[in-house]
Design a protein around this ligand. Structure first.
Ligand code: F6P
Length: 319
């Protein structure tokens, strides 16, 4: 193992740069070369590759986004595309590829590993939807961004004694909604993992208003339904005025929190250490306070649900 290639793929996440920095510096410290592969698997197919140095990752630990850029690559979904990528990696003398991204990116990495290219995955996505790890890089920052928005929305919602629905990202997962809802004291949290009953929500709303609740904030995960449709249903059933805020890509940007920088630094270093130990085709994860790793096939076969106890707690605390 002499040369590691590194790429970021899929949606960007705050902390990806801190992970890149950790991979590069740990590798350089251990006398390995690191090649930057730009724009995800696209860059591997096109040979958009350049050597990195310890200095090339200076001044990035605090920056959101990814200096390597990212892309979703259709061509890489074909056997020909994967073969092309494998050949280019070989031409550039790459002995292993570190992939920072989500499940889709790890599936790409696994395809590459099946041709004989060793890979290591680092979970980087705001969605926190990778089953083998308790937390993904970027999730904590996204949740803090949502809370910041929620606090601001709460001010105006209280002034007008209104109802506001905040739609958050998460693709098919409800973790951003659940964590930000619990931390922000949302009155209701709608996630794809739990079926919701609109009549029950309306009843809580009416009872809350009757008890003198001055503001009512609902968090809706994008995978659970359309916030505007839910708002219309509530207005029709209760006659209350409902406003909707879709936070969108705002949640993907910004300077990473300390938690994300530390997670990214530890995971990045661990990825290189795995390769130095001669272990291959792994996905890095965190459990409790321990950084661990799993076989990539095993990691991809796991499934993740929402924390039921947290969901119930959020319900109890919002009465
Ligand atoms: O996976 C990260 C994520 O931000 C999801 O939460 C969201 O559904 C999706 O990416 C949006 O993708 P795009 O930026 O391609 O619109």
């Amino acid at each position: 193992m002499k040369t590691i290639g590194i790429l970021t793929s899929g949606g960007d996440a705050p902390g990806m740069n801190a992970a890149i920095r950790a991979v590069v510096r740990t590798a350089v410290y251990n006398k390995l070369r690191v090649m930057a592969i730009r724009r995800g698997f696209n860059g591997l197919i096109r040979g958009d590759i350049e050597e990195m140095s310890a200095a090339s990752v200076g001044e990035i630990i605090h920056r959101g986004g990814t200096i390597l850029r990212t892309a979703r690559c259709e061509e890489f979904n074909t056997p020909e595309g994967v073969k092309k990528a494998y050949n280019i990696a070989k031409i550039f003398g790459i002995d292993a590829v570190v992939v920072i991204g989500g499940d889709g990116s790890f599936r790409g990495a696994r395809d590459l590993s099946r041709l004989g290219m060793p890979v290591v995955g680092i979970p980087g996505t705001i969605d926190n939807d990778i089953a083998c790890t308790e937390y993904t890089i970027g999730f904590d920052t996204a949740v803090n961004t949502v809370i910041d928005a929620l606090n601001k929305i709460r001010d105006t919602v209280t002034s007008h004694e209104r109802i506001n629905i905040i739609e958050v990202m998460g693709r098919h997962a409800g973790d951003i909604a659940l964590y930000s809802g619990l931390a922000g004291g949302a009155e209701n949290i709608i996630v794809p993992e739990v079926k919701y009953d609109i009549d029950e929500i309306c009843k809580n709303l009416i009872q809350g208003k009757n008890r003198g609740k001055q503001s009512y904030i609902m968090i809706v995960a994008e995978g659970a339904g359309n916030a505007f449709n839910i708002a219309r249903e509530i207005e029709e059933k209760t006659g209350f005025e409902v406003r909707v805020t879709v936070l969108g890509h705002l949640q993907r940007g910004g300077s990473p929190t300390a938690m994300d920088r530390i997670l990214a630094s530890r995971m990045g270093a661990h990825a290189v250490n795995i390769l130095l130990e001669g272990r291959i085709n792994r996905v890095v994860a965190i459990h409790g306070s321990q950084i661990v790793d799993y076989d990539i096939d095993e990691a991809l076969s796991m499934s993740k649900g929402i924390s039921e106890s947290m969901y119930q707690l959020a319900g109890i605390l919002s009465i």
